[in-house]
Design a protein around this ligand. Structure first.
Ligand code: IMP
Length: 215
């Protein structure tokens, strides 16, 4: 049984369409999220933690809002910024910018304890990639970021949605959806089906579902 790991009901609602063949269940597990400058390592670390907790195949979802005029901020720190500043303040800051373009990015991390055959979507192996790049002996450089010499491989699926920051509109969605406009509509003005068709999460889930069908 595949477990979709999140405490966010909004993400579950959006993922259901892609994972609704009865072989997936939500796992309400709040894995400790590391702070890192990129989403991939955060999703990979979360997937390892969740797999160790569940002992079954897991899919974790890490997302963020990247504002061009703020050099990509809040990006991987989106959750912290939403909790502390709130989306209204983010929109106020963006209102002063010349460039209000922004993008949502989502990285899904899949871990089932096994390795992966090559495919276009990347695999995170903890520090082993860096150790290998360091040359002979690099593998023995010490434990990886998880504190383990042998990190579980995690397959990553990325999705991207371009848009811009606007004054809040719409009642649907969650998080930053009311201030993110794509093609004239905010994500909060779209129903789930429409958001999925264009969103970062929809794109990543589509890639995952296609790959997972052959797994
Ligand atoms: P996380 O992926 O749960 O860590 O979410 C990071 C932050 O981005 C949180 O503040 C979420 O509310 C927000 N977020 C994630 N996905 C979306 C989305 O699809 N729409 C709006 N906000 C999102």
């Amino acid at each position: 049984m595949l477990r979709y790991v999140t405490t966010n009901p909004g993400k579950v609602r959006e993922a259901e369409r892609y994972l609704s063949d009865g072989s997936v269940e939500r796992l309400d597990f709040d894995y400790p999220e590391i702070q890192a400058p990129e989403l991939g390592p955060i999703a990979a670390r979360g997937a390892r933690e969740a797999y160790r907790h569940a002992g079954e195949p897991v899919l974790v979802d890490d997302a963020g809002l990247f504002v061009e005029g703020l050099d990509g901020f809040p990006g991987p720190y989106s959750s912290y910024v939403e909790e502390t500043l709130g989306i209204e303040r983010v929109r106020e800051v963006a209102a002063d910018l010349d460039d209000r373009r922004a993008a949502f990015r989502c990285v899904l991390g899949y871990c089932d304890g096994d390795g992966f055959a090559a495919s276009p979507d990347p695999v995170d192996r903890g520090d082993r990639d860096a150790a290998a790049a360091a040359g002979p002996g690099g593998e023995e450089a010490g434990p990886d970021e998880d504190g383990e010499a042998d990190a579980l491989p995690v397959k990553l699926f990325e999705g991207y949605a371009p848009g811009r920051i606007v004054a809040p509109r719409g009642e649907g969605g969650f998080g930053y959806d009311p201030i993110f406009e794509h093609d004239g509509e905010t994500f909060a003005e779209m129903d789930t089906e429409r958001k999925n068709a264009v969103s970062h999460r929809g794109r990543a889930l589509e890639k995952f579902a296609e790959w997972y069908a052959d797994r």
